[in-house]
Design a protein around this ligand. Structure first.
Ligand code: GDP
Length: 448
């Protein structure tokens, strides 16, 4: 199955944005105008709702402008990363898991318009839960279409899950009640209630759902929506949530040529997460909705993303390796001291730029401010040292005269100079201790 083309049009639309930044040195207010226009157009063409597009573009531009340089990372790559992170946020950030009841059966009430793939989904969901070791039972509540009941029975057999039916003469809320009792008797883990799908929302449908909901007291109320309907799906989720109160949505037919509008709009428009997605007609084609993977697929830039994420790590590793050599030869001097402290300060300014990068986020702002303050203080004193003194800190440890001279030349106190010298020797000791850790394979980080 070729799935790479999901949201293909959106992917190529966004590509236009990165292309315009090729050859640029930094992201500026001016040079992101065109790329932002491309992003806006691509999202609108993907049928993302307009207010969502507006907020998205604003958020991305705000972050893109004033972004500092990360060594080795180009502006177009930086923009990819920013767009990725905003896409993930837009889709709800974390994966939103199904909730299971701790006492008695978990009840999942499914609602949705006709033809969205709801009946298929009931069986897919039962099959999905089976793989997690949970038993389930389907309740056929679509009393208006005898064919729907038959279809559910067939699908239930196919996945080896019991289906509770009571024909078309019984009220759905009554069927729900009976089915739930049956499930309790059989100690079934999860009850999945199928309900009638109409061609469009009407009062009868909503009233019936409310009644069924009252009887079942469901753990999850999920609206099944068709991804092909784009932002309309997001509007539906909102309506159902307002009318009956739902816990989330399930997106079907994401394998077709849906353009992405539904996946990108549902959470932002309705406030409700997409919990699962159907990506085919087979019973196996159901999976959790992972915002990060979805963003990755949309951008088709997995390699660039991990590169930007690694850039910081690598940088730290390079420094660490160099440092390691120094310590091996017991030659960690004031020049290295300065380099290290500058690296810390530099990382600090980058933290602000790309705080979302794993590892980076762990650097506390207070640490950074402290490092920057120390840097200024130390720079002045180290600059007042002779090259020989910088390379041989022992000279300073042994000579109060030298320390006095440095204090005078740098405008600091003798005590501050002594402190700096002491700090360097402490650092040598700490570095040696760190060596032990590094031999274990891990790299010292700022948060240590
Ligand atoms: P219902 O009216 O909502 O119960 O919809 P059905 O379950 O009967 O599905 C309607 C049609 O959509 C059927 O032909 C299904 O095979 C198809 N379908 C359901 N889910 C998916 C999906 O995720 N991908 C694709 N391509 N087709 C699906």
């Amino acid at each position: 199955v070729v799935r790479a083309e999901m949201f293909g049009q959106l992917t190529s639309g966004l590509e236009a944005a990165w292309t315009k930044l090729k050859g640029e040195e930094v992201l500026t207010k001016e040079n992101i105008v065109e790329p932002m226009r491309d992003i806006r157009r691509a999202l609108l063409e993907a049928d993302v709702s307009l207010p969502v597009v507006r907020r998205f573009v604003q958020a991305v531009s705000d972050q893109a402008v004033g972004v500092g340089l990360i060594r080795g990372v180009k502006p177009d790559q930086q923009l990819v990363k920013i767009v990725n992170d905003e896409l993930v946020k837009l889709m709800g950030g974390e994966v939103s898991e199904l909730v299971f009841s701790k006492s008695g059966p978990t009840v999942i009430l499914l609602a949705g318009l006709q033809g969205v793939g709801k009946t298929t989904l009931c069986a897919k969901l039962a099959n999905y839960l089976k793989k997690q070791g949970k038993s389930s039972m389907l309740i056929a509540g679509d009393v208006y279409r005898p064919a729907a009941i038959d279809q559910l029975v067939i699908l239930g057999e196919q996945v080896g899950v019991p289906v509770y039916t009571a024909g078309t003469e019984v009220k759905p809320s009554e069927i729900a009640k009976q089915g739930l009792e049956e499930a309790k008797k059989k100690k079934i883990d999860v009850v999945i209630m199928d309900t009638a799908g109409r061609l469009q929302i009407d009062k009868g449908m909503m009233d019936e759902l409310k009644e069924v909901k009252k009887v079942l007291n469901p753990t999850e109320v999920l609206l099944v929506v068709d991804a092909m309907t784009g932002q309309e799906a997001a509007a539906l989720v909102t309506t159902f949530n307002v009318e009956i109160g739902i816990t989330g949505a399930i997106l079907t037919k994401l394998d077709g040529d849906s353009r992405g509008g539904a996946a990108l709009s549902v959470k932002e428009v309705s406030g409700k997460p997409i919990k699962l997605v159907g990506r085919g007609e087979r019973m196996e084609d159901l999976e959790p909705f992972y915002p990060d993977r979805m963003a990755g697929r949309i951008l088709g830039m997995g390699d660039v993303l991990s590169f930007v994420e690694k850039a910081q790590e690598v940088m730290r590793q390079e420094d660490a390796e160099e440092l390691q050599k120094k310590i091996m030869s017991a030659k960690f001097d004031f020049n290295d001291f300065l380099k290290q402290t500058r690296a810390v300060a530099q990382m600090g300014s980058m933290t602000r730029v790309i705080g979302m990068i794993p590892g980076m986020g762990k650097v506390k702002p207070a640490q950074v401010r402290e490092a920057e303050k120390n840097l200024k203080l130390m720079e002045a004193m180290i600059e007042a040292m002779t090259p020989e003194e910088r390379e041989k800190p022992e000279l300073l440890a042994e000579s109060p005269d030298r320390r006095r001279r440095i204090a005078k030349d740098s405008g600091k106190t003798e005590q501050q100079v002594s402190q700096l010298v002491a700090q360097l020797f402490q650092m040598r000791v700490r570095m040696k201790n760190l060596m032990g850790i590094m031999e274990g394979g891990s790299i010292p980080t700022l948060s240590n």
